[in-house]
Design a protein around this ligand. Structure first.
Ligand SMILES: Cc1ncc(C[n+]2csc(CCOP(=O)(O)OP(=O)(O)O)c2C)c(N)n1
Length: 337
């Protein structure tokens, strides 16, 4: 009897529309990110820190969770993850331009510091790794409240050398908390390569010390990431505790708009990373399985561009915060000037 292998998205229970929607979110994140570099170079935006190269890891993982139920604790690179969890281009651009109406901090935080009570995205700090124990605490609180939420903490490989990671992993594992520790492993902490960050070969090798699975996944393959995250979420919901996912990503830009990566990476290395760009990879999959063609791709890109232009127009027209409010939420009592 002849058997035909089902395409991976179908195996994962994703419809054709859902499979294309993942691609659209990846396109949207990439286009907002590219626009932010232009705004920064124009002097309109203070700072950029990119998700470029991490889109598949972020969208694949966020899409495998339940919006409105699960808790997301992102770090600064997670534009695509928060878009996949319900944030809009307008939200992103209002905050990128530090506008008073910015939904994450009212323009008080640096760009890329996400947080939305409505979307169950816990506010993020610049301090590397600090969201990891917060995720563990949020999962514990959810359990006490009888909620069925899984908390996902996102972080880079560098963050796994912080005490926050080890304390969080240890506590989550002892108490079998519903946590996913999701490492977007691009092999660099700014300029420091992985082999100088840790004495083990991979981030995933840290997992056995905490009695949890350490799952290595190609972070440039959106469906592979979806599968790994869905499995970790099921394990968490069954009460079996946390999973460390080591998603191998590429960082297609310098660390931030304040960095020149050619001072520590050869042009050949950056060019090699570009061959693993997650967008053309997934586009190829969709075309191969008849879910996308050139015309539909162009149409999606045009839609995304129009959406961003509209959001940008609104963000450019929006008011900056009143300087008189600069100390609000900083001190319990405003000190005398
Ligand atoms: C506690 C702390 N130490 C140092 C920094 C400065 N810093 C910002 S990002 C970063 C690198 C983090 O690398 P990684 O966790 O691998 O994430 P990536 O940026 O590569 O995605 C460092 C050292 C910081 N923000 N917080």
């Amino acid at each position: 009897m002849q058997t035909t292998a089902r395409p991976m998205h179908a195996e994962l229970g994703l419809s054709a529309e859902q499979a294309v929607a993942l691609y659209r979110t990846m396109l949207l994140a990439r286009a907002i990110d590219e626009r932010q570099w232009i705004l920064q170079r124009q002097g309109r935006q203070a700072f950029v820190i990119s998700c470029q190269g991490h889109e598949a890891a972020q969208v694949g993982s966020a899409a495998a969770l339940r919006r409105g139920v699960d808790l997301m604790l992102p770090y600064y690179r997670d534009l695509a993850a928060v878009l996949a969890f319900g944030a809009t281009p307008r939200d992103a651009l209002l905050e990128a331009l530090s506008r008073a109406d910015g939904p994450w901090s009212g323009g008080r935080q640096m760009p890329s510091h996400f947080g939305s009570k409505a979307l169950r995205i816990l506010t993020s700090s610049s301090s590397v790794g600090s969201q990891i124990p917060h995720a563990v605490g949020a999962a514990l609180a959810a359990r006490h409240r009888g909620e069925a939420s899984v908390a996902i903490a996102y972080f880079g490989d560098g963050a796994t050398s912080k005490a926050d990671f080890h304390e969080g992993a240890n506590f989550a594992a002892i108490h079998k908390l519903p946590v996913i520790l999701f490492c977007e492993d691009n092999g660099l902490a700014i300029s420091l390569p992985l082999e100088r960050q840790m004495p083990v070969a991979r981030v995933a090798d840290r997992a056995p010390a905490y009695g949890m699975p350490g799952v290595v996944v190609d972070g440039t393959e959106v469906l592979a990431v979806y599968r790994a995250t869905a499995e970790a979420a099921e394990r968490a919901r069954r009460g079996e505790g946390p999973t460390l996912i080591d998603a191998l990503c590429v960082r297609l830009t310098p660390h931030s708009s304040d960095d020149d990566h050619f001072r520590y990476r050869g042009r050949d290395v950056v060019a090699a990373e570009r061959t693993r760009d997650p967008l053309p990879r997934y586009r190829g999959y969709l075309i191969e399985h008849g879910l996308l063609d050139e015309g539909r791709d162009q149409q999606l890109r045009a839609e995304v561009t129009a959406e961003i232009e509209q959001a940008l127009e609104a963000a450019l027209a929006a008011a900056a915060p009143d300087p008189g409010t600069a100390l609000q939420h900083v001190f319990a009592e405003t000190p005398r000037s």
